[in-house]
Design a protein around this ligand. Structure first.
Ligand SMILES: O=P(O)(O)OC[C@H]1O[C@H](OP(=O)(O)OP(=O)(O)O)[C@H](O)[C@@H]1O
Ligand SMILES: NC(=O)CC[C@H](N)C(=O)O
Ligand SMILES: [Mg+2]
Length: 504
């Protein structure tokens, strides 16, 4: 899940974009990039690595201008090459830079279209294809004096052609910032405003409201499904729904794992949703697993902490931080390879034996995906002296691939694929395993916004709301993106660094 941000201000935006990316870092740890527009040129810095490593002082000086976009990447398509770090840019019909959160499901067909239109697509990234489709449609506008309506018509034509999930921010050189969200509202995108110099209004769009908070922008609202926002370089905002059919189906996994708890998306506080997940799961344990003699509830840091506190409260047993998290290790699930993920769990979490010795412990995690974390953690709890180790997951069994921006391309890599809860329990060597039901998970999120009718829940039930996902596509995705395929690609990848050197 990548993080995106775009800002139109009255003063330089380089530091603000940097700061926003640091609080969106949990959405992508592989690469980061910023493009600003200044004096008729784009300024760019992007590379593989964490935000703090990618941008040095010299890059920050280069990123001049009062308007810009930024991206943190967690790859779901193409390769992990630095050449696929975002934003991407093209130079026709305008200089256009674009950053994308999500995943396109008809990228093959779009790539062929781009070839037909003689557009050069440099990498294997779906986001670069998206940029070229957008540029091709912008080319149909009156480019001497482009209007908001023409831009919106272009976005409408883009929405008609591309499938999948997307939150997009883009810069059109000399024109302004264009942001849009997929017609199913799968990926999140929020709009904020604040007062700039001389009382002029400044705007920002971002994947999560936390980016707005830290920059002093007020969360105005979510960008609606299929809506495009256009802010001119001098700060005038236009908006329009640019799709014939729209429906809000937010990805429920954002609430389970991806988003920061202090973010609000689709009218739902992520923190509050997690608290409700804890209450629902606690009630289920009380109701259906009354025979478990639980002495203590222990979270698997970090995402599950808010959930575990509520479960402990509900069960009336102590909550203890039995695992200490190494604050210098990031998220393991979004690391690119299984070897790295596995090793990182042990480096990231270490038990405090006194919290385990002779006790029946209930370990709580937000989700079990590949089982990398849970298996090792159960072993650690046993080794630390626990009598019985029970495990609770705030998300139901994850059995199906994700095609909308979460890198779960292969059902074979999911521990619950083709298995019952009892079988998973045995595989992770726990004494009992309790999964939240999908119904309760949806209820937990909906409690914060009763208007949310539908969610994107394909990883739990295999139902893909874009209706274009068939066996062929899932086989293709598995082949190109399973862990072995990714490892081969990384090995063969020699593209190191593609920059626009425009310091002059
Ligand atoms: O079953 P798995 O494949 O191990 O994936 C699930 C685990 O990965 C995530 O943690 P992560 O370490 O990414 O981040 P966190 O610190 O935010 O919990 C998630 O919170 C689970 O703990
Ligand atoms: N996680 C995402 O949003 C990924 C964006 C895009 N598909 C990429 O791989 O770069
Ligand atoms: Mg975790």
């Amino acid at each position: 899940m990548c993080g995106i941000v775009g800002i139109v201000a009255t003063t330089p935006v380089n530091q603000a974009l940097y700061d926003a990316l640091t609080v969106l870092q949990h959405r992508g740890q592989d690469a980061a990039g910023i493009v600003t527009s200044y004096d008729g040129n784009f300024k760019q810095r992007k590379a593989n690595g964490l935000v703090r490593d990618v941008f040095e002082t010299k890059h920050m000086y280069r990123l001049k201008g009062n308007i810009g976009i930024g991206h943190v990447r967690y790859p779901t398509a193409g390769s992990s090459s630095a050449a696929e770090a975002q934003p991407f840019y093209v130079n026709s019909p305008f200089g256009i830079a674009l950053a994308h959160n999500g995943n396109l499901t008809n990228v093959q067909e779009l790539r062929e279209k781009c070839n037909k239109f003689h557009r050069h697509v440099n990498t294997t990234s779906d986001s670069e294809v998206l940029l070229n489709v957008f540029a091709h449609e912008i080319d149909k506008c009156n480019c001497d004096d482009i209007t908001a309506d023409e831009i919106f018509d272009a976005v409408h034509r883009v929405n008609d052609q591309i499938r999948g999930a997307y939150g997009v921010v883009s810069l059109i050189l000399g024109v302004g910032l264009v942001a849009f969200r997929d017609p199913n509202g799968i990926r999140p995108l929020v709009l904020g405003q604040r007062e700039g110099e001389n009382g002029k209004t400044e705007y920002a769009v971002a994947s999560e409201s936390v980016a707005l908070d830290i920059l002093g922008f007020r969360l105005v609202r979510d960008v609606a499904p299929g809506e495009a926002i256009f802010v001119t370089e001098d700060g005038k905002l236009y908006n329009r729904i640019c799709a014939s059919e729209t429906k809000l189906n937010p990805c429920i996994f954002e609430y389970v794992y991806f988003a920061r708890p202090d973010s609000i998306m689709n009218g739902v506080s992520v923190y509050a949703a997690r608290v409700h997940m804890g209450t629902m799961l606690g009630e289920k344990i009380k109701r259906d697993f009354a025979d478990l003699d639980i002495d203590v509830v222990i979270p698997i840091p970090e995402t599950s902490c808010d959930i575990a506190v509520e479960i402990a409260k509900c069960l009336g047993v102590p909550y203890r931080q039995g695992f200490v998290k190494n604050r210098y290790i990031g998220r393991t699930f979004i690391m690119p390879g299984q070897k790295q993920r596995k090793k990182s769990v042990r480096n990231k979490l270490n038990p405090i034996p006194a919290e385990f010795k002779g006790k029946n412990v209930l370990l709580v995690d937000d989700s079990i995906v590949r089982g990398t974390t849970s298996g090792q953690i159960v072993d650690m709890a046993h080794e630390a002296g626990a009598k019985k180790v029970y495990f609770a997951s705030a998300a139901p069994e994850i059995r199906y691939p994700n095609v909308y921006g979460i890198d779960m391309p292969s059902s074979r890599e999911l521990i619950a694929y083709g298995k019952t809860a009892e079988e998973v329990c045995r595989l992770i060597r726990a004494d009992a395993l309790i999964y939240q039901s999908l119904e309760d998970l949806e209820k937990a999120v909906r409690m914060e916004n009763p208007e949310l009718e539908n969610f994107e829940t394909s990883v739990f039930n295999g139902q893909y709301i874009t209706n274009d996902i068939d066996e062929n596509y899932l086989n293709f995705l598995d082949q190109v993106r399973n862990d072995d395929a990714k490892a081969d690609k990384a090995w063969n990848d020699s593209t190191e660094n593609l920059e626009i050197y425009n310091e002059a």
